[in-house]
Design a protein around this ligand. Structure first.
Ligand code: NAP
Length: 295
C-alpha cells in the first residue's frame, strides 16, 4: 500500500472532543444542555444500531438525547403529531427521524414536517435549497464529514477536479454542491454515466457513494488522487462471515491513490461526529451563543 490512510475515526474523535468543550461552555452559559430527539420506528436492526451509536455519541458530548421508539404499525398522523410536539419543545434543538420508515408512512411528509431550524440531518427541502444557493443552513452529515476529511487532507480544494459517484439526495447531490462551493470542478456520475472509469480517471478527488461493493477499481484512478469511500455494504464471504465493504476496491486503490479512507473507520465515524456538530450548532444559534465557527 502506497496511499496515505485517511483516519476518519481519529478525525471524528478530535471533532467530537472540540464539540464537547463547546458544549461545556454552552451549558455553563445557558444552564441547559443541547438536546437531540431521535425517532426510531419499528425493529429494523441496522437502524436500531445506528440510533444507539448516535445517542451514545450525543451523550458523550454532554448533550441530552431523548429516544422515541414507535411500533412499525404507527400511522403517519401519529408520527406527524410527534414531530409537531418536538418542533414545539424548547428543550429539543435537533430532530432526527431514522430512515427507512414503514410503507404506510410517506418519508417526504415526515422530512418536510420537521422544522428546518431543527433539521440536523439537513434533509428538509429548505435546507437542501439553502445549500444549493450558498445560504447558511444544515448540511447532511455524511457529505459534511467527507468535506471535512478532504479539507484536512488537501487544504484548499479550489480548482481541483472532483467526481462524485452517486446522486442520492442524502449523499451524492449535497456532496457535489459542497465541492462546488469549495470551487472544485465537479462531475456527478450515476448509473447512466457512460464510461465511468474514464470519468473517474480525470479526477483529483473521488467520492464514491454508490452502494455497489468494490465497483471502483484501482486502475480507474488517477495516480495520487484522494479517494473518499462512503459505501458500506455487508457482503457474505465464502466462509459464511459477513464483511463490511466500500464502493472502492481498497487494496488495488491503495496502490494508486495518494490518500484513501478505509471502510470501516473512514466516513462512518465522521457522519456521527457531524450530527453532534449540527445539533450543537442548532442549540448555539437558538440561544445566540457565540462558538468556534471553525467547527
Ligand atoms: P442510493 O440512494 O442507493 O444511491 C446510489 C447512487 O449510486 C444512485 O445515484 C445510483 O444512480 C448510483 N449508482 C448505482 N449503481 C451505479 C453504477 N453501477 N455506476 C454508477 N452509479 C451507480 O445510496 P446512498 O443512500 O447515497 O448510499 C450510497 C452508499 O453509501 C451505500 O453503501 C450506503 O450504505 C452508504 N452510506 C454510508 C453512510 C456513512 O455514514 N458511511 C451514510 C449514508 C450512506 P441512479 O441515481 O442513476 O440510480
Amino acid at each position: 500500500m502506497t496511499a496515505k490512510l485517511i483516519d476518519g475515526k481519529a478525525a471524528a474523535l478530535a471533532l467530537r472532543g472540540r464539540i464537547a468543550e463547546e458544549v461545556s461552555r454552552f451549558r455553563q452559559s445557558t444552564g441547559r444542555a443541547p438536546g437531540l430527539a431521535v425517532v426510531l420506528v419499528g425493529e429494523h436492526p441496522p437502524s436500531a444500531a445506528y440510533v444507539r451509536s448516535k445517542v451514545k455519541a450525543t451523550v458523550e458530548a454532554g448533550m441530552e438525547s431523548v429516544e422515541h421508539r414507535l411500533p412499525s404499525t404507527v400511522s403517519q398522523d401519529e408520527l406527524v403529531a410527534l414531530i409537531d410536539q418536538l418542533n414545539a419543545d424548547p428543550a429539543v434543538d435537533g430532530i432526527l427521524v431514522q430512515l427507512p420508515l414503514p410503507p404506510q408512512v410517506d418519508e417526504r411528509v415526515i422530512i418536510t414536517r420537521i422544522s428546518p431550524d431543527k433539521d440536523v440531518d439537513g434533509f428538509h427541502p429548505v435546507n437542501a435549497g439553502r445549500l444549493a444557493i450558498g445560504l447558511h443552513g444544515f448540511v447532511p452529515c455524511t457529505p459534511l464529514g467527507c468535506l471535512i476529511l478532504l479539507q484536512q487532507e488537501l487544504g484548499d480544494l479550489s480548482g481541483l477536479d472532483a467526481i462524485v459517484v452517486g446522486r442520492s439526495n442524502i449523499v451524492g447531490k449535497p456532496m457535489a454542491l459542497l465541492l462546488l462551493q469549495a470551487s472544485c470542478t465537479v462531475t456527478i456520475a450515476h448509473s447512466r454515466t457512460r464510461d465511468l472509469p474514464a470519468a473517474v480517471r480525470r479526477a483529483d478527488i473521488v467520492v464514491a457513494a454508490v452502494g455497489r461493493p468494490e465497483l471502483i477499481r484501482g486502475d480507474w484512478l488517477k495516480p495520487g488522487s484522494t479517494v473518499i469511500d462512503v459505501g458500506q455494504e455487508r457482503v457474505e464471504q465464502p466462509d459464511g462471515t459477513r464483511k463490511l465493504l466500500g464502493d472502492v476496491a481498497f487494496d488495488e486503490a491503495a496502490e494508486v491513490a495518494g490518500a484513501i479512507t478505509p471502510v470501516p473507520g473512514g466516513v462512518g465515524p465522521m457522519t456521527i461526529a457531524c450530527l453532534i456538530r449540527n445539533t450543537f450548532v442548532s442549540a448555539a444559534s437558538r440561544e445566540a451563543f457565540a462558538y468556534d465557527k471553525g467547527l
